[in-house]
Design a protein around this ligand. Structure first.
Ligand SMILES: C[S@@+](CC[C@H](N)C(=O)[O-])C[C@H]1O[C@@H](n2cnc3c(N)ncnc32)[C@H](O)[C@@H]1O
Length: 369
């Protein structure tokens, strides 16, 4: 079957690499999503192991859908009964891009009606109770072609289950993992985030250092599906745990706000990595390190959500001066939506990469080789 992993724009190649490392076949990236061929066992493996992907969708079929009748007939023709049992709950969501069928609520209603008709006929029931497990249907209509999926993940994969509530401007865990991956941190050198907030980046660095699969502490929709043997999930979890490392790591997060530091410590405990991450109250403007090598990945305030632009610029100036004191072999990555970042920081990036923090367009400014 074809499995599709949507992701934040800019992370496609990282997700594709992750899928290849999991030995998935025919991995193909496009804008905002990556496809591959896989089995039911791979659904469990992808959900448990992916760090940068948003969710795992199982593709059921694709067909031209220029009007409502074509959409209805195309959906009705799919073998829904192979997946959704008599009592399955099957809500519908989706989107339409550059297509004649542009009203999402209307398409949603058609997809629901056609799948319900098919299931009702197969099960000989006029009304389906929908009291059982959830089989979330997703549709994508792009240039008049509809593709139908079942969402195997449930909550997005960025929800690892370690983040406490009530955090201001946290970074998505999937994006934090991407930053750590792009910094090429593998658990060897010191790793730092001087604007750590709730600790997402250092915690993802710790999970990467330990090679701990991010999905081991949560559940997924498809775990409750009738056609997915529970054994597949246990095997995928065992396989992931067998690959864990147990070493000592130097991972540090600092923040000027004591409450953020307290929360970061709490989150690290929830993630089970408190033994390899240190958090401290510290001013990033006075950041200092002597070690010859190291990786720093951070997302300072942008001057949009947390503080005024001019305050952010002053902070970037101080942080830039502190970073210039680092030994030359350090690699520094800063995510910011501030268009004048490099000028305030005081140095042109060696490389830039466009990334989206939610809907906010950002640049990842990369310094060092
Ligand atoms: C965008 S948030 C970081 C969010 C974090 N990546 C997370 O996932 O929770 C920026 C953080 O920078 C901190 N901050 C602001 N000024 C600082 C300074 N001078 N030194 C250190 N931290 C500072 C804020 O307290 C805030 O927690």
């Amino acid at each position: 079957m074809t499995l599709t992993v949507p992701c934040l724009f800019g992370l496609e190649s990282l997700v594709a690499d992750e899928m290849k490392r999991l030995n998935l076949q025919e991995v193909r990236a496009e804008n905002g999503r990556v496809h591959c061929r896989g089995t039911l066992a791979d659904i469990a493996r992808l959900n448990i192991n992916l760090r940068c992907g948003a969710r795992v969708l199982m593709e059921l079929g694709s067909f031209p859908a220029g009007d409502f009748e074509a959409l209805f007939q195309g959906v009705y023709a799919l073998p829904w009964e192979d997946y959704i049992p008599k009592d399955g709950e099957f809500p519908v969501k989706g989107y339409s891009l550059n297509s004649g069928l542009h009203s999402v609520p209307a398409c949603q209603a058609i997809v629901k009606k056609a799948s319900a008709k098919r299931l009702g006929e197969k099960y000989g029931m006029a009304t389906l109770p929908e009291t059982g497990s959830r089989y979330q249907i997703q549709f994508a209509i792009v240039k008049d072609v509809a593709t139908l999926y079942l969402d195997t993940s449930g909550e997005g994969l960025y929800k690892r289950g370690y983040r406490a509530q009530g955090v201001v401007a946290p970074l998505r865990e999937t994006l934090a993992a991407a930053l750590v991956t792009l910094s090429r941190y593998r658990g060897k050198d010191p790793f730092c985030d001087p604007f750590c907030g709730s600790g997402t980046i250092p915690i993802e660095a710790a999970l990467i250092a330990k090679n701990r699969a991010p999905g081991l502490d949560r559940s997924f929709s498809a775990q409750r599906w009738k056609n997915m043997d529970g054994k597949l999930w246990l095997e995928a979890a065992d396989e992931a745990m067998d690959r864990e490392f147990h070493g000592s790591y130097d991972i540090w997060g600092g923040d000027i706000d004591p409450k953020a530091v307290e929360l970061a410590r709490h989150n690290a405990e929830l993630a089970g990595v408190e033994d390899c991450v240190r958090f401290e109250v510290a001013d990033a403007g006075k950041f200092h390190r002597d070690s010859e090598y190291g990786q720093l990945a951070t997302n300072p305030p942008y001057g949009e959500r947390l503080m005024e632009k001019s305050e952010a610029e002053a902070l970037y100036r101080m942080f830039g001066a502190a970073c210039r004191e680092l030994p030359p072999k350090w690699r520094v990555l800063v995510l910011s939506s501030h268009t004048e970042f490099e000028r305030s920081f005081g140095r042109q990036a060696n490389k830039k990469r466009k990334l989206y923090n939610g809907m906010l367009k950002c640049d990842l400014f990369m310094y060092g080789k």
